[in-house]
Design a protein around this ligand. Sequence first.
Ligand code: GLN
Length: 345
Amino acid sequence: MMTDVFPGQSSASALPKKESAASVMIQSIVAHLYEQQLGNLEGSVADYIPELGKISPDQFGIAVALESGELITAGDAANEFTIQSISKALTLAILLDLVGRGETYRAVGVQPSGDPFNSITLDPRTNRPFNPMVNAGAIAIAGRLRETLGPSAFEQVLTRMSQAAGRELRVDQTVFESERETGHRNRAIGHLLRAAEVFTVPVDEVLDLYFRQCSVLVTATDLAIIGATLGNIGTNPISGKEVFGIHTVRETLSVMFTCGMYDGAGDWACQVGLPAKSGVGGGIMGVVNRQLGIGVLSPRLDAAGNSVRGKLCCIGLAEELGLHAFDSTNSGSNFLRGMTEFDQL
Ligand code: GLN
């Protein structure tokens, strides 16, 4: 059954036989970044969700998934951790695919807020959350998904997330229950949104969906593959399955670029220059459009709630490969093309 739903599950057999020149080069850059950052213990683990405070802070994994389906990994790239806010990019994509832009943006805007992720604020001009990447926006999206999909909303969300990762994902029940018990701020946001009639279904059902989507277990490799799926116009490059529609991908990457790193978004845009999304579980997912996906796990976070080593690895990869969207040469855009030509010599 698994093979039918997730043809990419046996990814080893789907991988190209010959390692490309791009893959060899990225492997050495990833290995170098891993060694360089291994001893960096700055930042602290999020412990406002009690179960998250118990995860090992030293975990460190990097993964890159290429459009060709090749995977490059270092360190703890196979360790599972909760996806947390990275799920917000995926639920946005799922709602966009289901109901389109017009309906989606009746519930939430696309303006960077400059506020922390858990801010209890609505855009005063619209009485809607600023964007889908802060908690308020993601809870609004969860509300619309719950309304549109009914009681099986979470199962459907999990299936789409699994298709993007190319394997069957599952929930960390302990983290889910821990956040459900202690997520009072998110509950307050839920009630505020219900009062503003952003959704009409019961707040508890919406929060149940939101807490569950945040508690889905992924690895850095999964994040790289999900990122590569977004980068590959919505088609998982390993399984070949189309997961997200073309318009959805453009929209989602734009919102990730402007709002994905919360109050660290402007700094990220300048330093990394790629659409990305972070989560308080220590994950960061980055996307290089039409080229590759990046996944990093390192649970120590900076003041904006973004993984310290994860950010530094993304800066390093962007610099080494010229991936910044506005790099003067933007050699990133030509990088794989150049390497493909090299392979064909
Ligand atoms: N589940 C977390 C919360 O709502 C997600 C936050 C995050 O990853 N930034 O607080």
